[in-house]
Design a protein around this ligand. Structure first.
Ligand code: SF4
Length: 330
């Protein structure tokens, strides 16, 4: 069950006495966000709006939605990082209290004698110490990488893997706590080491290394297809933490130096449906969330930032390189 730190929300409301508030959170915990909003209104008698658009990370807080609504406080729930607020938005912890004991014991049977690094997402950070003890008792050597930037120790985002990368030369494998193949595949791609998901809901230890390799093959194919394109669309993402105009203009210039035509676009949600409306473009480069390109299906090549850098290397007749084996894909 997801436990939202409502006490902190209530404390902030008592201290700041807002006329209205807004709340958002990842899709998976929207029901809990709804419940919290109802409790705020019942307790304080103020409107509490659930901003039900996506919020994929602290890169995508939808502060603009809160501004348009005119809410005095915006609470973003469930993207725990190493700070309690970002600009005007108050970040609220939401932890999953699911029990990892059984699945962690299963893991010791598979990885006994190995050295692993434990990694996880925001919702399961609270479980790292307990799982570390179970694995260690089961003769698995455990290391936990240090946090960096917004990341806590052992935490990874879908495009940022510092605690994992720093231990790459010291471990045999990675063990991700939670259900997210998405995060675990990112770890596998950025480290090129076997990666397992410890899924407490299915009580299952599953390896995602092959799944990650499939994503990589798809990403590489898109790069080679894009190398044949004449006209490129370079897309700037309009989500506040994903805005990267400088890189968009840089890549435009570099593609033009290679004889390519480039048109600039800006989009909030970069989807195949939106791109289908645009004409005369052979391939796109989007400089917002890299996982849009690696994890979704598009009718034509839509490259992320690391893929775009690899594309430029190909166009310059250089080696494509291990373009995803980096700590941060932006
Ligand atoms: S993977 Fe995408 S949504 Fe997640 S932190 Fe990175 S840019 Fe944001």
């Amino acid at each position: 069950m997801i436990i939202v730190d409502e006490e902190r929300i209530f404390r902030e409301i008592r201290e700041k006495n807002p006329a209205s508030v807004s709340l958002n959170g990842p899709d998976g915990i929207l029901p809990q966000v709804q419940d919290t909003a109802m409790r705020i209104t019942a307790k304080f008698g103020i409107p509490a709006y659930v901003l039900a658009d996506t919020t994929w990370g602290t890169c995508d807080l939808n502060t603009n939605g809160a501004k348009v609504l005119g809410s005095d406080i915006q609470f973003n729930i469930g993207h725990t990082i190493n700070t309690e607020s970002l600009d005007e938005t108050i970040l609220i912890d939401a932890f999953d209290d699911v029990d990892f004991d059984d699945v962690a014991k299963k893991c010791t049977e598979i990885l006994q004698g190995k050295t692993v690094s434990l990694v996880t997402d925001s919702q399961h950070l609270n479980q790292i110490d307990r799982v570390e003890k179970i694995l260690t008792d089961g003769k698995v050597k455990v290391k936990i990488g240090q946090g960096k930037g917004q990341l806590n120790d052992g935490q990874v985002f879908g495009c940022e893997f510092y605690p994992a990368s720093e231990l790459k030369s010291e471990v045999d494998a990675y063990v991700f706590l939670g259900q997210s193949n998405f995060h675990a595949a990112g770890v596998a791609l950025s480290t090129n080491l076997p990666t397992y998901v410890l899924d407490p809901y299915f009580n299952e230890v599953r390896e995602v290394t092959e799944f990650a390799q499939k994503l990589k093959r798809k990403a590489t194919l898109a790069i080679y297809k894009a190398a044949e394109a004449h006209t490129f669309g370079v897309i700037v993402g309009l989500k506040e933490g994903q805005l990267s105009k400088v890189f968009a203009l840089k890549i435009k210039k570099e593609l033009e130096e290679q004889g390519k035509q480039v048109q600039l676009f800006a989009l909030t949600d970069i989807t195949n449906d939106r791109l289908r409306n645009l004409r005369g473009i052979d391939a796109f480069i989007q400089v917002a969330c890299p996982r849009i390109s690696t994890d979704n299906q598009f009718d034509m090549p839509v490259l992320s930032t690391p893929q775009a850098k690899a594309l430029l290397r190909i166009l310059r007749k250089e080696d494509v390189g291990e373009y995803l084996e980096i700590s941060h894909w932006l």
